[in-house]
Design a protein around this ligand. Structure first.
Ligand code: ADP
Ligand code: MG
Length: 336
């Protein structure tokens, strides 16, 4: 029997969050680690490390140890989780003992990848570890009745991946996971600016462009933004003016991939549950859900209502915490 937990961890490709039973979200940091390549020591973790991306001297590199939703670098991820668990323990006052942890795993992950997440959290100092499927956590966090025989559809657009899942009666009945998420949109912006203007811009700049003047494929009033980068011809700094229309075009292909994953999942839906989807619609979560016009665009394309989760960046973390009452009821989605 599952007895309890101290913290829930949403180990995302872009952000890692920790939820505590009593205190709510106690840690919310970018999943970034800065490493000194000479001493191999970790110089910074989280926001401090993210600030360093693309700005550090050569011997310090800022890395994101999770790529496409899976652990790309085992040791660095372990160090990052250690750091984050320490931070959480301090805030909650658990410092003296090892915490029991619930941690999310992407639905599309293999048993090897699941084991890697389990072992990493264990090595980082957890006592008991319970794994829960991410879309299920997202659905619980968004307040959906996952333990009822009703179709709950979740579209979670993260940094490295997008997961679309239909959950009913405590289990995932259909799901598609693609390695296209917010990071890909940033990459699209970088490539576009390089090709069109011969200017190289950094990852952070591209992300800002996406957040400010990036739009899903809907009509909107054109917006502009001045952006600085390096002219690839002269090598000198250069400022260019970007329009929201050209950015929309630059990210179009990636958005269509996301739409395709949503459509494919809905097509896999058992007929008996299809009616629920028409009535109840789809819930949109993850940071990518915040792209301007995302909700309206998806709704228009799939002909069902789309609702934005209340806190798209936090639903998964909140869901891990709220999952406790379900844990003994949802054997299909939980493993210890
Ligand atoms: P993960 O679960 O993989 O850690 P998150 O759910 O934290 O990912 O989402 C991170 C992604 O959301 C990043 O690609 C980020 O750029 C994107 N994002 C965050 N806010 C916005 C916004 N306002 N508009 C568009 N994208 C956003
Ligand atoms: Mg996530």
């Amino acid at each position: 029997m599952f007895s309890g937990f101290d913290i829930g961890i949403d180990l995302g490709t872009a952000n890692t969050l920790v939820y505590s039973k009593n205190k709510g979200i106690v840690v919310n940091e970018p999943s970034v680690v800065a490493i000194d390549t000479e001493s191999k020591k970790i110089v910074a973790v989280g926001m401090e490390a993210k600030e360093m991306i693309g700005k550090t001297p050569e011997k310090i590199i800022a890395v994101r140890p999770l790529k496409d939703g899976v652990i790309a670098d085992f040791d660095t991820t372990t160090e990052m989780i250690k750091h984050i668990m320490r931070q959480a323990s301090k805030k909650i006052g658990l410092a003296l003992r090892k915490p029991n942890v619930i941690v999310c795993i992407p639905s599309g992950s293999t048993s090897v990848e699941r084991r890697a997440i389990h072992d990493t959290v264990k090595n980082a100092g957890a006592k008991k570890i319970t794994l829960i499927e991410e879309p299920v956590a997202a659905a619980i966090g968004a307040g959906l009745p996952v333990d009822e025989p009703i179709a709950n559809v979740v579209v979670d657009i993260g940094g490295g991946n997008t997961e679309v899942a239909i959950i009913s009666f405590g289990g995932v009945v259909a799901c598609h996971s693609i390695k296209v998420g917010g990071d890909r949109l940033d990459e699209d912006v970088i490539q576009y600016v390089r090709k069109e203007y011969n200017v190289m811009i950094g990852e952070r700049t591209a992300e800002n462009v996406k957040m400010e003047i990036g739009y899903a494929l809907i009509d909107h009033e054109e917006k502009f933004m001045d952006v600085r980068g390096r002219d690839l011809v002269t090598g000198l700094p250069k400022t260019i003016k970007l329009s929201s229309y050209e950015i929309r075009n630059a990210i179009k292909e990636s958005l269509l991939h996301i739409l395709e994953a949503v459509r494919a999942t809905l097509e896999d839906c058992p007929a008996e549950l299809s009616g629920d989807i028409v009535d109840r619609g789809v819930i949109l979560t993850g940071g990518g859900a915040l792209l301007n016009g995302m909700k309206d665009w998806l709704s228009k394309e799939i002909f069902v209502p789309v609702q934005l989760a209340e806190e798209p960046l936090e639903s998964v973390a909140i869901g891990t915490g709220m999952a406790v009452p379900y844990i003994n009821k949802l054997p299909a989605t939980i493993s210890k």
